[in-house]
Design a binder for this molecule. Structure first.
Ligand SMILES: NC(=O)c1ccc[n+]([C@@H]2O[C@H](COP(=O)([O-])OP(=O)(O)OC[C@H]3O[C@@H](n4cnc5c(N)ncnc54)[C@H](OP(=O)(O)O)[C@@H]3O)[C@@H](O)[C@H]2O)c1
Length: 167
């Protein structure tokens, strides 16, 4: 895995790009990437207090319009702070994703590699609903953490930038 941040970089040789930048920085991040055309991109962004780019219902559909490649929305409702707990669970947690048909195989593989079972939520037209659900997921997690006395998650803050491969 190669991690790319503000400095941008060349992704022409990679199999897939995981886009994990602040929800309002998607356009900037894509502009900094060479070789992104036609690439499989998995958009993990959440839009905390920001709207998708003008003319689009979701960040994921904006990404698709820029790359014209296979695109998926995944990992955005999974808290990075909980990744370490996955191996201790009796059953594998699910990971809800939406994707173009051409992006499904790669996305499902990366979801399995990360320790989840993929749960398909339809095509990219459903990305807006998945982006909207991230706020509900955060609130539910905070309620759960406070009722069990566990520490509050630090929330969306510890992921990767725009980088190829998996989280
Ligand atoms: N953390 C979680 O639990 C979690 C879970 C699901 C989804 N998410 C979502 O994933 C995204 C990233 O979250 P995070 O927690 O990983 O945030 P983060 O720790 O702040 O990481 C942000 C990354 O984005 C890069 N970045 C910021 N602005 C950029 C720009 N204009 N161009 C290119 N790269 C830029 C940063 O690059 P530099 O290293 O150069 O600063 C950094 O690598 C957010 O949309 C968040 O909602 C997070």
């Amino acid at each position: 895995m190669t991690r790319i941040g503000h400095e941008g970089g060349d992704v022409s040789e990679v199999e897939a790009v995981l886009l994990a930048v602040p929800g309002g920085a998607v356009a900037d991040a894509l502009e900094g990437l060479e070789g992104i055309e036609g690439k499989t991109v998995i958009d993990a962004t959440n839009r905390v207090g920001v709207e998708p780019p003008t003319g689009f219902a979701s960040n994921a559909e904006y990404v698709k319009s820029k790359t014209n490649g296979p695109t998926a929305k995944s990992f955005n409702i999974n808290f990075a702070v909980l990744y370490e707990q996955i191996a201790r669970e009796k059953s594998r947690p699910g990971n809800l994703f939406v994707a173009d048909d051409e992006a499904r195989e790669t996305t499902e593989q990366l979801i399995r590699d990360a320790g989840y079972d993929p749960v398909y939520g339809g095509n990219l037209e459903n990305a807006a609903a998945l982006e909207a659900s991230s706020g509900r997921s955060s609130r539910a997690h905070r309620r759960d953490a406070s009722s069990t006395g566990s520490s509050r998650p630090k929330g969306p803050s510890a992921g990767s930038g725009a980088g190829p491969s998996r989280p």
